[in-house]
Design a protein around this ligand. Structure first.
Ligand code: GLN
Length: 191
């Protein structure tokens, strides 16, 4: 059985823990360097504030070890701020973080007034699923091997590159388990 690390330095990690509990998948909270010694078959980067998470990853000396593991094929699923952490490029020339995935992300893309909204759209071949957006980014461009998995209003909101999966929305805030199952079945299990 796979064991998933959930980055728990800031943000909405508890909601991902609840989803994994519902799915009966073991997990642990990744909070400090020492936690890297745990056996980890996949990693979840939750929503939150990417600038704060990036700062903490650097201060806790987690940035480089995690980046190397992701580049070496550790399956990773980033939601919202997690998507921003994984992007190789951020619009406006903002400082990137793990910078492992061939996407360009636009932060706080829907503006403050429209900060939160719900939509329902196709996700890959899995049909329509509910999507909750909270001050969400979107993906303005993908390159290399990156595959688009979902779009809302013509904007890319989910993508995959090998074992890296990102969503601009928060599947952990709906009852729908499609995206977590996709991560566990297609990315973690294929490892
Ligand atoms: N706007 C946040 C950021 O830039 C992301 C929002 C979220 O994770 N819900 O990090």
């Amino acid at each position: 059985m796979s064991r998933i690390g959930i980055l728990a330095v800031q943000g909405a990690f508890l909601e991902h823990e609840q989803v994994l509990s519902r799915l009966g998948v073991p997990y642990f909270e990744l909070r400090q360097k020492r936690d890297l010694e745990e056996s980890m078959d996949g990693l979840i980067l939750p929503g939150g504030e990417s600038t704060v998470m990036g700062k903490l990853l650097r201060e806790l000396e987690l940035m480089e070890p995690l980046r190397s593991r992701i580049l070496a094929g550790l399956p990773v699923f980033g939601t919202c701020a997690g998507l921003i952490l994984l992007a190789k490029q951020l619009a406006g020339g903002e400082t990137t973080h793990l910078a492992s995935m061939d996407i360009c992300a636009v932060r706080n893309a829907y503006g403050r007034q429209l900060g939160s909204f719900a939509a329902e759209q196709e996700f890959g071949d899995f049909g329509r699923i509910p999507m909750t957006f909270i001050r969400a980014p979107y993906i303005s461009a993908v390159s290399g091997k990156t595959e688009v998995l979902a779009q809302v209003d013509g904007r890319i909101v989910a993508a995959r590159e090998d074992r890296q999966l990102v969503t601009a929305f928060h599947p952990e805030l709906t009852e729908d388990l499609t995206v977590h199952r996709y991560f566990l079945d297609q990315l973690v299990a294929s490892r």
